[in-house]
Design a protein around this ligand. Structure first.
Ligand code: 8YV
Length: 320
């Protein structure tokens, strides 16, 4: 059996594929594979491991309907036309659960970095601007007892909430499409409307999937209703906030700061104003990038590929 990998996965995954007698062809170039190249590369393959933002849309799926399984190197599957995959009988696997801790760590890191202007202060040293001690400059804000608002309280949001409660005794409010009663019972999170969430949060952290409903949800109008002292964090998908509006909101001091691990587009242009703003912190989509998590993701990917190639139900299948 043969699998094409549109990037790289942790060595443990490559080793396990070999142990299962699955031969591997990998995209090795230092750029994202194009849609045409992906179709061409999958022509003689039995399965695909999709790394990064390849569009697994109807055009791709129809051109590659011979694939027995597609395993995503992500928990998110906004890049996939799940209905088309179902229609064509191609099972899609993802990697839920194993990356929740690492991604929540990234949200927590951004929250803290923004609250203390850490990235901006670091840049000042690099630019040779660390001069006299000035007790009234570069002042941050503290997080103790502040309200955490989670937009999308699932596995990752819950991890973030637990970290914030443990470190800073932050009460948690959340908004979801439907209530997460398990999380309410576990951590005492309070369900609120979207309007209440944006008005009451001191830190608003986005952990929802990108769907037609959440696309472009955070606009200037939304930022206008947030507290001027609030921090906006997005480690989910860049498409959930409007970047131009976020820049305006920071410029006009409608919110206090913003931390992003996801941008729109990705990669972010190196001249983007967010990279130079005092109260902003941007990371290049490293949410799940730890050795432990990437190993765990690679192992799940192999489980999905092995099951799919045997025609068995995937252990981690996207349901849509
Ligand atoms: C992936 C992610 O690293 O799981 C997700 O949804 O965003 C990240 O963990 C990224 O999608 C690259 O494959």
């Amino acid at each position: 059996m043969k699998v094409f990998i549109s990037g790289n996965i942790a060595p443990v995954g490559l080793k396990q594929l070999e142990e299962n007698n699955i031969s591997v062809t990998q995209w090795r170039e230092d750029r994202q594979i194009t849609a045409e190249e992906l179709i061409e590369a999958c022509k003689d393959e039995d399965a695909l491991i999709s790394v990064g933002p390849n569009k697994i849309n109807a055009a791709f799926l129809e051109a590659c309907s011979h694939l027995k399984v597609i395993a995503l190197h992500s928990v998110g599957y906004d890049q996939v036309d799940v209905a088309a995959a179902k229609r064509l009988n191609i099972p899609i696997g993802n990697t839920p659960g194993v990356l929740s801790g690492a991604t929540a760590d990234t949200a927590f890191l951004l929250m803290l970095a923004v609250s203390r202007k850490a990235f901006f202060s670091h840049q000042k040293i690099i630019k040779g601007e660390w001069k006299n001690y000035e007790p009234t400059q570069e002042l941050g804000i503290e997080l103790n007892g502040k309200t955490l608002g989670v937009f999308g309280l699932g596995k990752i949001g819950l991890e973030m909430a637990k970290k914030c409660m443990g470190a800073y005794k932050m009460p948690v409010i959340y908004h979801n499409r439907s209530r997460n009663e398990e999380a309410e019972a576990e951590i005492g999170a309070k369900y609120v409307s979207f309007e209440e969430l944006i008005a009451q949060s001191d830190v608003l952290s986005v952990h929802t999937a990108l769907t037609p409903e959440t696309k472009g949800k955070f606009t200037l109008e939304v930022f206008e209703q947030m507290k001027p002292s609030s921090i906006f964090i997005n480690t989910a998908r860049g498409g959930i906030h409007n970047e131009t509006d976020l820049i305006k909101a920071l410029d006009r001091k409608l919110i206090w700061g913003a931390g992003l691990d996801v941008t729109n587009p990705e990669p972010m242009d190196k001249s983007n104003p967010l990279l130079f703003m005092e109260n902003a912190a941007v990371l290049p989509h490293i949410g799940s990038a730890t050795e432990e998590t990437r190993d765990a993701m690679a192992k799940i990917i192999v489980q999905n590929i092995v099951a799919g190639l045997k025609g068995e139900k995937l252990p981690y299948e996207v349901r849509g």
